[in-house]
Design a protein around this ligand. Structure first.
Ligand code: SF4
Ligand code: SF4
Ligand code: FES
Length: 237
């Protein structure tokens, strides 16, 4: 009967067939099919990287990768969720680890085994140029690594597909951390904000918020949203 009102489409989850409404994301289709997502589900907004899913489309040999919270189901999609990817992660103390070629290779010697196959780039649900940032790491162009990997959501798919057993996302994370700690100068506004926090500048405001009841908080929230909306409209005018 649901089929009369909403267009239902078949999908396969780990080989089992379900009928779900057209237009749902994979995540919502899984829940519609009765799955309770305890693992493999976090922010629901394309940021945390917990919901990576591999799938095939009907009649297509290719294995695709997508975020379950962002990818819309298609008829006869065959889905497998990967709530966790095992990947090597080096241990280090960032303040004692300056950004040098030798430190990167000491912590991740497997970096030099990259064979340039590009499987990492093809598997990235964020469409990042993973092989390019791995190559940049090998030639010591760390600013490029930071630039190309900044939107990584740590889903781990690049490591899962890498035949040379690299964990590109952990290597890029190390380089971003080293770059932030040892290369770029501290942001003046951050220093100022840390001083303000240390001086308890926001204490009264926080106490006021904690003492507010629900209607007061709702009013403040609406005012804040209106102020933000006006600021965005001004910026985009
Ligand atoms: S670079 Fe790797 S870990 Fe980061 S989003 Fe892409 S596939 Fe996921
Ligand atoms: S999948 Fe691994 S070996 Fe292939 S290009 Fe990416 S990092 Fe290099
Ligand atoms: S649930 Fe966080 S990226 Fe999908």
């Amino acid at each position: 009967m649901l089929n009369d009102i909403i267009k239902m489409i078949p999908i396969y989850v780990m080989g089992r067939k379900y009928e779900v409404p057209r237009g749902l994301t994979i995540q919502k289709a899984l829940e519609f099919s009765g799955y309770m997502l305890k693992r493999g589900c976090g922010c629901r907004g394309g940021v945390c990287g917990a919901c990576v899913t591999v799938y095939r489309k009907k009649g297509d040999y290719k294995i695709n990768v997508g975020l379950a919270c962002q990818t819309v189901v298609e008829p006869d999609m065959d889905l497998v969720q990967l709530p966790y990817t095992s990947a090597n992660k080096a241990l280090y103390t960032i303040k004692n680890t300056p950004l040098t070629d030798s430190n990167i290779i000491r912590l991740y010697p497997e970096l030099l085994k990259c064979m340039g196959c590009n499987a990492c780039t093809k598997s990235c649900p964020m469409d990042l140029e993973v092989m390019s940032y791995v190559s940049a790491a090998i030639r010591g162009d760390f600013a490029k690594v930071v630039e190309l990997s900044m939107e990584c959501i740590m889903c781990g798919m690049c490591a899962a597909r890498c035949p040379a057993e690299l964990s590109p996302f952990n290597i890029a994370l190390l380089i971003r951390r080293m770059y932030g700690k040892h290369v770029i100068p501290p942001a003046p506004h951050l220093k100022q904000r840390l001083t303000e926090i240390a001086e308890d500048k926001f204490k009264d405001e926080i106490e006021k918020l904690k003492a507010s009841d629900k209607p007061e908080l709702e009013t403040r929230y609406r005012e804040l949203q209106a102020t933000r909306g006006a600021a965005v409209a001004e910026m985009t005018a």
